[in-house]
Write a protein that binds this ligand. Structure first.
Ligand code: ADP
Ligand code: GLC
Length: 496
C-alpha cells in the first residue's frame, strides 16, 4: 500500500473494454488499474453508450440530476461495475437522449451536432457522481477536449465541494479541440469572464481544450517528444503559443502497454502463441493471416501490416501514394482500418488489383488487430503526427518490427536500425513524403531478405522491451503531487 494514498477521479469519453475508437480507451482502461495497483483509490467515469450492455452492470439507486443552464436540470441513471481484472470502480452515466446512439462521437464521420452538450453533461455528471457516492477526490484527471471543462468547473460551479482538488488534463490528441458555439458558457454555468482569448475563446467560438489547458493545475501529454512538438506551428494546430505559455506545467509521459492484453505468449486471438524463445510460432500466425486475407502462402516474403484509423494523421495519404510502387517488390501487405471514405475505396481497388499480395479489411476488429500484430514481419505506421501511438509498441512485443515516421511517440519508442552496430528496433524516416516512405520500406524489406541475423536479433531485442504502466503511473503520481502542491500554495497566498 502507498504511504499517502490519493483519491483520483478519472473521466474519459472511452474506456477499454467497454467502448473504444482509439488509444484513449486503451489508456483509460490501463492507467487507472496501474494507479490502483500502487495503492491509490481511482474512480472512473464515462458515458453509458448504447453499445454498452447495461444488463451486465449494477444500477445505482435513485436518479441523478445534472444542471445544464438553459436546458434546466436533466436526470440520468448511473450504472457501475469494476474494470475487469482490477478493483477499480467505473461508473457509467446513462442518459438516453445523449448517449443512446450508434456512435460515440459521430455517425459515419458526421459529428453529432450536440457534442458540446453531451460532454459538458459528462463533465458535470462526474462531479455529481462524486457527491452521490461520497467520494472526495484529491485529484481530478480529465482527458482530451471531452472532459476539458472539468478544471474550470471544479474551480467555479462546483468550487464549494471540489475547490481543494488538484486538476490535471491529459492531451491525447491536439487535433481535436472541441470547438463550439460560445453559448456553451451558459450551459457550463460559469461566468462570461472565462470567455477570453487566454482561456476558452478562440475567434469568437468556444475552444474546450484551450480552456482546459489554461485552467488545469497541470497538463500532460503522452510522450516527451510530442510535449515539445505541440509548441511548434507544425504540430500545434493553432494552439502552439497558448501551450508554450503554459509549458511550465506541461509534462510528457509515455503510455505503457497492458501486457495482459497484448502479449503473444498468452494471446487468445492468435493461432499459435509464441515468445522470444519460440519465435518459430510466428510463422504459424503468418500462414493463418495469409489465409485470412487470401494471400499466397509464402514463408520468406515479408508480410507488412497496418492497423489504424483511416485518417490523415496516420499517414494513409503517403501509403496510398507509395503502395503501387511497393507492391512491385517482393512483399505482402495487409491493412485493417476504417474512416476516410476515399481511403476505404482506394485500398479496396488496390486489393482488387493485387489479390494474393495485398489484403484489406475495412472495419473494426480487435481480434484481427491481434492477428496482424502476431502474423506480420513488419508494421507500418508512417503518421504525420503521433502523440504516443500504441500499435508500434504492441508490435515490438510481437517481434513485428515497426516502420515509422520520426514523430511524437513513434520517435521516442523506435530506434532506427543501424547496420553497422546491429542496434535498433525498427526503421524510421523523417520527411513526410511518399518517396521517404517507399525507400524506408524497401530498406526494411532488404534487411529482412539479406541480413537475416540482424533482423532476427532486432526482433528478439524488440520482444524483450518493456513499456510499463507501473512506471508511467508513478510519473502521473508525481504530476498529481505537483498539482496538489501548486493548489496549496495558491490557496495559502489567497488567504494572506
Ligand atoms: P489512435 O488513438 O490515434 O487511434 P493509437 O495507436 O494510440 O492511435 O491507438 C489505436 C488503438 O486502436 C490500438 O489499440 C489499435 O489496435 C486500435 N485500432 C485502431 N483501428 C482499429 C481497427 N480498425 N480495428 C481494431 N483495432 C483498431
Ligand atoms: C491519441 C493519439 C495516440 C495516442 C492515444 C493514447 O488518440 O492519437 O497517439 O497513443 O491518444 O494516448
Amino acid at each position: 500500500m502507498h504511504k499517502d494514498p490519493l483519491n483520483i477521479l478519472f473521466a474519459a469519453a472511452e474506456v477499454v473494454p467497454f467502448a473504444k475508437t482509439g488509444g484513449l480507451a486503451d489508456v483509460s482502461g490501463a492507467l487507472p488499474k496501474a494507479l490502483s495497483a500502487l495503492g491509490h483509490k481511482v474512480v472512473v467515469v464515462m458515458p453509458r453508450y448504447y453499445q454498452i450492455d447495461k444488463s451486465k452492470l449494477e444500477l445505482l439507486e435513485g436518479a441523478m440530476g445534472v444542471s445544464m443552464g438553459p436546458m434546466g436540470e436533466l436526470w440520468c441513471a448511473v450504472y457501475t461495475t469494476k474494470i475487469p481484472g482490477s478493483d477499480v470502480d467505473i461508473y457509467f452515466i446513462d442518459y438516453e437522449q445523449f448517449y443512446g446512439r450508434k456512435g460515440l462521437y459521430d455517425d459515419h464521420g458526421r459529428a453529432y451536432g450536440d457534442n458540446d452538450n453531451r460532454f459538458i453533461f459528462l463533465s458535470k455528471a462526474a462531479f455529481m457522481l462524486c457527491q452521490k457516492i461520497g467520494f472526495e477526490p484529491d485529484v481530478i484527471h480529465a482527458n482530451d477536449w471531452h472532459t476539458a471543462a472539468m478544471p474550470l468547473l471544479s474551480n467555479t460551479r462546483y468550487v464549494h465541494h471540489f475547490g481543494n482538488a488538484a486538476t490535471v488534463l491529459t492531451i491525447h490528441n491536439l487535433q481535436h479541440q472541441g470547438v463550439f458555439f460560445k453559448g456553451c458558457i451558459d450551459v457550463m454555468e460559469v461566468g462570461w469572464e472565462h470567455f477570453n482569448p487566454a482561456a476558452f475563446e478562440s475567434m469568437d467560438s468556444l475552444n474546450m481544450l484551450k480552456g482546459g489547458i489554461a485552467c488545469a493545475d497541470a497538463v500532460t501529454t503522452v510522450s516527451a517528444r510530442y510535449a515539445q512538438e505541440i509548441q511548434t506551428p507544425e504540430f500545434g494546430f493553432g494552439l502552439q503559443h497558448h501551450i508554450a505559455a503554459h509549458s511550465h506545467k506541461l509534462f510528457g509521459i509515455l503510455n505503457g502497454v497492458d501486457y495482459d492484453e497484448w502479449n503473444p505468449s498468452i494471446d487468445p486471438h492468435i493461432s499459435q502463441t509464441f515468445d522470444v524463445d519460440t519465435l518459430e510460432g510466428k510463422l504459424t500466425c503468418k500462414h493463418a493471416l495469409q489465409k485470412r486475407f487470401g494471400l499466397e502462402k509464402r514463408d520468406h516474403t515479408p508480410l507488412i501490416g497496418f492497423v489504424g484509423r483511416f485518417a490523415e494523421q496516420k499517414g494513409i495519404g503517403m501509403i496510398a501514394g507509395a503502395i503501387e510502387g511497393l507492391l512491385q517488390l517482393d512483399l505482402q501487405v495487409v491493412m485493417l482500418g476504417a474512416g476516410e471514405k476515399w481511403a476505404e475505396h482506394y485500398f479496396s481497388q488496390i486489393a482488387a488489383h493485387h489479390p494474393g499480395k495485398f489484403g484489406l479489411h475495412v472495419g473494426y476488429s480487435d481480434a484481427l488487430a491481434h492477428q496482424i500484430e502476431a502474423g506480420c514481419d513488419l508494421f507500418l505506421m508512417p503518421s504525420l503526427f503521433e502523440p504516443c501511438g500504441l500499435n508500434q509498441i504492441y508490435s515490438l512485443r510481437y517481434g513485428t518490427l515497426p516502420i515509422v515516421r520520426a514523430t511524437g511517440g513513434l520517435d521516442d519508442t523506435i530506434e532506427n536500425f543501424d547496420a553497422q552496430s546491429g542496434r535498433g528496433n525498427g526503421f524510421k524516416f523523417d520527411h513526410a513524403t511518399n518517396e521517404a516512405l517507399y525507400y524506408t520500406v524497401r530498406w526494411a524489406v532488404e534487411t529482412y531478405h539479406n541480413h537475416r541475423d540482424a533482423f532476427e536479433a532486432m526482433q528478439r531485442n524488440a520482444m524483450q522491451m518493456h513499456f510499463s504502466w507501473a512506471d508511467a503511473a508513478e510519473r502521473y503520481i508525481d504530476v498529481y503531487r505537483y498539482a496538489l502542491a501548486k493548489r496549496r500554495v495558491a490557496q495559502f497566498t489567497k488567504e494572506l
